[in-house]
Write a protein that binds this ligand. Structure first.
Ligand SMILES: *[C@@H]1O[C@H](CO)[C@@H](O)[C@H](O)[C@H]1NC(C)=O
Ligand SMILES: *[C@@H]1O[C@H](CO)[C@@H](O)[C@H](O)[C@H]1NC(C)=O
Ligand SMILES: *[C@@H]1O[C@H](CO)[C@@H](O)[C@H](O)[C@H]1NC(C)=O
Length: 511
C-alpha cells in the first residue's frame, strides 16, 4: 500500500428493496455549520457549534435512520462551485467559464470561482442530474437557491428566472431564488420588487406540492431542494420579523403556505414563526430550526404518500464554514447523510472517501440509469452493498481533488497535498491559512492521520496547523511518495486545463 491507510470497517449497509419505485431528493442548505454531533474536522475558529437545545430532530432522523458518510468532501469549498460539482458530477474546473477565463489569461490552471461555474452549454442541456433524470422519465423539480445560471438581474422577472432554470432539465421550478439574496434589505430592490427574503414555508410548500402531485400519478421524481437558509445575506431574524410567508420572489401569495409536518400545531405563519423564537436560545438557532422544520414537512409528505422508504434523500452542506473558500479541511469536509430505508440499513456509517462529484454517478447507479456523458465522479453504491469489495479502494487508493481559484489540493488515503498556484497571490487558501495559523507553503503535504490509520478530527491535533513541512521528513514523506503526489497533481491539472479534450481518466498513484 502506498499511503498510510485508514482502517477497513467491514459492514454491509445494503438491503434488497422490494419495489422498483424510486424517488430522489438532494438537499443542500446554504452555509449551514458543521455541527459537533456530526464529527466535523478540527475547528480552527475554536468555536463550539452545537445544535439548538431543541435539537434538529428531522435532519437527525435522516442521519440516524440513514447512512452517515464520515469522509465526505466537496470538490470546491464555496456555494456555487460546490453545487456545480454535485449537480454535474464534474470537477468545477471543467466549467466552461473557468476554462475560458484561463485560456484568455493564457493560464495553465482553470480559475474556479463564482461566477465562473455557472452551467453553460452541455452542462445545462444534458450533463447534469436533472436533465439525465428527465431523459429517463422521472419528473424533475428545483426549489430554493439556484446560483448556477448566467442571469441578468436588471431584467429580473420571476418567470424569466424560472424559465432559465427549467432549461437545465427541470420540469417544475418554483420557490426559486435565482441568485443569493443581497446583503441588506434595501439592496435587492434592483433585483425584484423588494418584498421578499428567506421564506422556508414557501419553498417547502412548493416542494410538498410537487411530491404530492407526483405521488398521485405514481411518477418517480428527482427533486433538488436548496434552502437559502441560513446564508447570511438578508439575515434570518429580519426575514422572520420584517417579512411574512406570503412575501415571495414570485410576488405576494394570496394564501398562506401552511405546511403539515413543518409547523406543528400552528395554523398561521405568524404563530408558527413566533414558535421559532420561542424554541431558539440565540439568533444562531433561528436558521437551523427553520430548516429542520422544513425537512419535517418533506418527511411528512413522503410518509403520507407512503413513499418515504423508496426515496433516496441525500442531505449535505455545500461546504464547511470554518475555512469556507479555502482548501483546508474546514472548507472541504462536509457532513453527508443518505436516508433510503428500502435500500440502506439505518444507523450505518461509511469511512469511504467520497466527494460531491460522486453524487450524480451514485444516484444514477441506484436508479439503474446508464451513464451517457463523461464525468469525474464514481459510484459508491458498491461500497455500501459490499464493503469487502470496494470500501478499501475508496478509502485508501482513490485520490480526491479539491479546487478553489487556481489552488488545488488532493487527498489519497491519509495524505493530503496542497498546491498553491502562486505563493505571492492573496488566494483565499493563503489568506485563510494566515488568518488561522494553517500551513500554506507551496507543495505542502499533511498526514491527516498522524502516522496512525484514523482521520484526526480533534481540535487539539489539527494536522493542517502543525507546520511540519513533510518534504523535510524524508522518512515518512519519501521522495518517491512526493513524486507520486506531484504526478497526480500534474495529471489533474492537465486533464482540466482549457485545451484538454475529454480527458476523464482518473489521476492518482493507484492507476
Ligand atoms: C407564480 O405566481 C403566479 C401568479 O400567482 C402563478 O400563476 C405561478 O404558478 C407561480 N409560479 C411560477 C413558477 O410562476
Ligand atoms: C444592486 O444594488 C447593489 C447595491 O445596492 C449593487 O451592488 C448591485 O450592483 C446592484 N445590482 C444590479 C444588477 O444593478
Ligand atoms: C404580509 O406582508 C405584506 C407586506 O409585505 C402585507 O401586505 C400582508 O398583508 C402581510 N400578510 C399577512 C398575512 O400578514
Amino acid at each position: 500500500m502506498l499511503f498510510p491507510s485508514t482502517t477497513l470497517l467491514v459492514v454491509s449497509t445494503f438491503l434488497i428493496g422490494s419495489s422498483d419505485a424510486m424517488n430522489v431528493i438532494v438537499m443542500q442548505p446554504d452555509d449551514l455549520e458543521y455541527f459537533n454531533a456530526w464529527t466535523p474536522p478540527p475547528n480552527v475558529r475554536s468555536v463550539t457549534v452545537e445544535f439548538p437545545s431543541v435539537g434538529l430532530p428531522n435532519i437527525e432522523r435522516l442521519r440516524k435512520d440513514g447512512l452517515q458518510m464520515m469522509n465526505a468532501y466537496t470538490a470546491s469549498p464555496k456555494c456555487g462551485t460546490s453545487r456545480y460539482s454535485t449537480i454535474t458530477g464534474k470537477y468545477p474546473s471543467r466549467s466552461r467559464s473557468s476554462q475560458r477565463i484561463a485560456s484568455r489569461e493564457n493560464a495553465y490552471v482553470s480559475r474556479v470561482t463564482i461566477p465562473t461555474t455557472k452551467m453553460q452549454n452541455q452542462d445545462c442541456s444534458t450533463d447534469n442530474l436533472a436533465a439525465t433524470f428527465q431523459r429517463n422519465n422521472f419528473a424533475t423539480a428545483m426549489l430554493g437557491k439556484w446560483h448556477l445560471s448566467r442571469f441578468n438581474n436588471n431584467q429580473y422577472t420571476y418567470s424569466n428566472a424560472v424559465a432559465t432554470v427549467q432549461n437545465c432539465g427541470f420540469d417544475v421550478v418554483d420557490g426559486l431564488y435565482i441568485e443569493n439574496l443581497a446583503a441588506n434589505e434595501n439592496e435587492f430592490n434592483n433585483y425584484s420588487d423588494g418584498t421578499f427574503s428567506h421564506n422556508m414555508e414557501w419553498i417547502t410548500y412548493e416542494a410538498v406540492k410537487f411530491i404530492n402531485d407526483q405521488a398521485s400519478k405514481s411518477k418517480d421524481f428527482f427533486m433538488y431542494f436548496n434552502p437559502t437558509v441560513p446564508h447570511g445575506s438578508n439575515d434570518i431574524e429580519m426575514a422572520l420579523t420584517q417579512f411574512n410567508c406570503t412575501d415571495t420572489a414570485n410576488g405576494s401569495l394570496d394564501f398562506e403556505p401552511i405546511v403539515p409536518g413543518m409547523m406543528g400545531t400552528h395554523t398561521t405563519c405568524e404563530s408558527y414563526r413566533k414558535s421559532i423564537f420561542e424554541r431558539a436560545e440565540s439568533a444562531d438557532d433561528y436558521g437551523p430550526i427553520w430548516l429542520d422544520d422544513g425537512v419535517g414537512g418533506l418527511i411528512k409528505a413522503l410518509e403520507d404518500n407512503n413513499i418515504l422508504d423508496d426515496t433516496l434523500f441525500l442531505f449535505q452542506i455545500d461546504h464547511g464554514m470554518t475555512t469556507k473558500g479555502a482548501l483546508y479541511e474546514g472548507g472541504n469536509k462536509i457532513p453527508q447523510f443518505i436516508h433510503y430505508p428500502s435500500k440502506i440499513v439505518g444507523g450505518s456509517t461509511s469511512n469511504a472517501l467520497v466527494s460531491t462529484i460522486d453524487i450524480a454517478p451514485t444516484i444514477y447507479d441506484f436508479a439503474g440509469i446508464t451513464l451517457d456523458y463523461d464525468l469525474d465522479g464514481i459510484s459508491w453504491k458498491g461500497v455500501i452493498e459490499n464493503a469487502n469489495n470496494e470500501e478499501d479502494f475508496f478509502k485508501n487508493e482513490r485520490c480526491l481533488f479539491f479546487e478553489m481559484e487556481q489552488d488545488r489540493a488532493v487527498r489519497c488515503g491519509c495524505w493530503k497535498y496542497l498546491k498553491i498556484n502562486d505563493i505571492t497571490s492573496s488566494s483565499t487558501t493563503i489568506t485563510r491559512g494566515n488568518q488561522f495559523g494553517l500551513s500554506n507553503l507551496e507543495h505542502n503535504a499533511f498526514d491527516l492521520c498522524d502516522g496512525i490509520d484514523e482521520y484526526i478530527a480533534d481540535d487539539g491535533n489539527n494536522r493542517e496547523a502543525i507546520a511540519a513541512n513533510l518534504y523535510e521528513d524524508s522518512n515518512r514523506f519519501t521522495s518517491a511518495l512526493k513524486q507520486q503526489f506531484e504526478d497526480a497533481m500534474t495529471c489533474h491539472l492537465e486533464r482540466t486545463t482549457h485545451d484538454a479534450i475529454n480527458q476523464f481518466a482518473s489521476c492518482g498513484p493507484q492507476m
